[in-house]
Ligand binder design. Sequence first.
Ligand SMILES: [Zn+2]
Length: 294
Amino acid sequence: MRKIPKPNLVADEVFLTCTSAIADVELKSKLEQLSASIENNAFEYENKAKIADLYTIPPILKTDKFVTQNVTKEELEDLYTKQMVPQSKPARKIYDELRSSAPYNKCPFCGFGQVNTLDHYLPKAKYPLYSVFPENLIPSCSVCNHGKSTSSAQSKEEQCLHPYFDELFFFQDQWIFAKLEEGKVEYYVDPPNCWDKISVKRATKHFEEFGLAERYSIEAGEELANIKDIVPRLFGDNFQAIKEYLIECANSSYSRHPNSWKTSLYQALAQSDWYCKGGYNTIVETNSFVAGIV
Ligand SMILES: [Zn+2]
């Protein structure tokens, strides 16, 4: 999980850039009229996002065709798919600006995937008024974008973390850990005791929603295979030197990203006397999602 700066874009200007290339004069005109209310929607979104209350914005019903008196759900969704995504459209530069806003091009939801799309925090099928609202568009990897549930949060604790709005402690405190157990690297959630119950549930929801236990284990498996030969080459069987090296790796990773798969993996390895006393020799190549220790 990585916090990223929220976009410095004006919602109704983005909306009008999207409508500017619509060839159908009647459609363009009625959407332009809607732009007057876009700033109000933006204001509501931002105020609710700041206190993690976006779940209180009602989704549109599946059976509803119209969002306003004369604008349909499909017309608003098309503003994104037909006016913002295509390379030839003027709003594409906004899409590119948003997509490139994640540091190191890393997905803020999982922390390690490569950003290659934009995710609608509130899905456009259920919240079409926010289909091109910049603060609802978050740079994302395709796995996070397609893997998450399409159901709407019904309560505060069912909401995933919002990389633009959620409080710093979600990103600066360590709440994802790993353990070496029964030949597997297992990732789990263990937030600090000072966190309130809702924050704990939201972090857990985020961890489960994006499948981080399995996806982190896959990364860990390859890392274990990578360091299998390096450790004895550098340190022989010097238990203490191996432990100190692993602690340094963990600390270095922690300083940049406390909840990365790498931070908790190296912490778990450093804490495992079994691993430091030669357990690294038992690593085998595997295509299983567990880390491949036998
Ligand atoms: Zn991701």
